[in-house]
Design a protein around this ligand. Structure first.
Ligand SMILES: Nc1ncnc2c1ncn2[C@@H]1O[C@H](COP(=O)(O)OP(=O)(O)O)[C@@H](O)[C@H]1O
Ligand SMILES: [Mg+2]
Length: 265
């Protein structure tokens, strides 16, 4: 069953009094508990797609549906994780994670149970009473992801959530997210410009064309990942060495390079 649907989505923006087509004919379905990554050249409209799914931006043609309903505004069925961590600086780790649960009206015992579970899963034990400024960037982003996951939303929308992290922290976070996503599958739309990250994390990869952004190709990773049993490897570098991984990565790279080179090609 499709949880997120982009149906013939178009987005026109105005720049300096002139209209331009940022996105055209976007057709995409994300199934229940599927992890879909979108990659594409800078400016191709990835963030706009995510903002439309979040209800923060609206298509000028077609529609975006979540669970069958046309998206018109933000809602508790969709949690968003941005590149900038966007934690409340005056709240502790625990209170940051608890915040959304309050708004959902989850009772105190259930809040405690869920927060303890996600804190353990995300390796945040011992930091419950710390404030964001006392944490590294990687730890802050763990809190941001924990805060989204704990709501158990129908849909998780992540826009380059690891983009601001240093390379080592990024690898650890990718491994954590894979563990979390396989143990606790959710419907995820994940935007990245990092090809390896997409191949490592996603069940399917959507490669977008350069502006006006449209779907260039959709690549099934999950079938290969399961056939080759990537998840038996705990470390990302071991997965990245597998011939099946290298093959997929090269394929996505080629598609992206075609888009980046465009007319010069
Ligand atoms: N609110 C806006 N007004 C005008 N142009 C916009 C607006 N938002 C995005 N754009 C333009 O739309 C295109 C796609 O932007 P974006 O979705 O941020 O791309 P990406 O995330 O793939 O880099 C870019 O050319 C950007 O400048
Ligand atoms: Mg973007």
């Amino acid at each position: 069953m499709a949880i997120i649907q982009f149906q013939n989505v178009q987005r026109v923006f105005s720049q300096n009094g002139k209209d331009f087509v940022a996105l055209k004919d976007i057709e995409l379905e994300v199934k229940d508990r599927e992890f879909v990554a979108i990659v594409g050249p800078s400016g191709c409209g990835k963030t706009t797609c995510m903002r439309m799914a979040a209800g923060l931006e609206h298509p000028t043609g077609g529609q975006v549906r979540v669970d069958g309903q046309v998206v018109t505004q933000p809602g508790p069925d969709r949690a968003v994780v941005f590149q900038a961590f966007a934690l409340f600086p005056w709240k502790t780790v625990w209170d940051n994670i608890e915040f959304g649960l309050h708004s959902l009206g989850v009772d105190a015992a259930e809040r405690k149970r869920r927060i303890e579970q996600i804190i353990a899963l995300m390796g945040l034990g011992g930091y419950e009473q710390a404030y964001p400024h006392q944490l590294s960037g990687g730890m802050q982003q763990r809190v941001a992801i924990a805060r989204a996951y704990v709501l158990d939303p129908k849909v998780l929308l992540m826009d380059e959530p690891f983009g601001a992290l240093d390379a080592q922290t990024r690898v650890v976070m990718q491994e954590e997210l894979v563990r979390l996503a396989r143990k606790n599958p959710r419907t995820v739309l994940f935007i990245t410009h990092a090809v390896e990250e997409a191949v490592y994390l996603a069940d399917r990869i959507v490669v977008m064309s350069r502006r006006p952004g449209t779907v260039r190709e959709i690549i099934d990773v999950k079938t290969i990942r399961e056939a080759e049993d990537w998840d038996q490897h705990k470390r990302i570098e071991d997965v990245m060495d597998l011939p099946s991984f290298v093959h997929l990565r090269t394929h996505v790279w080629k598609l992206l390079r075609e888009q980046q080179l465009g007319d010069e090609h």
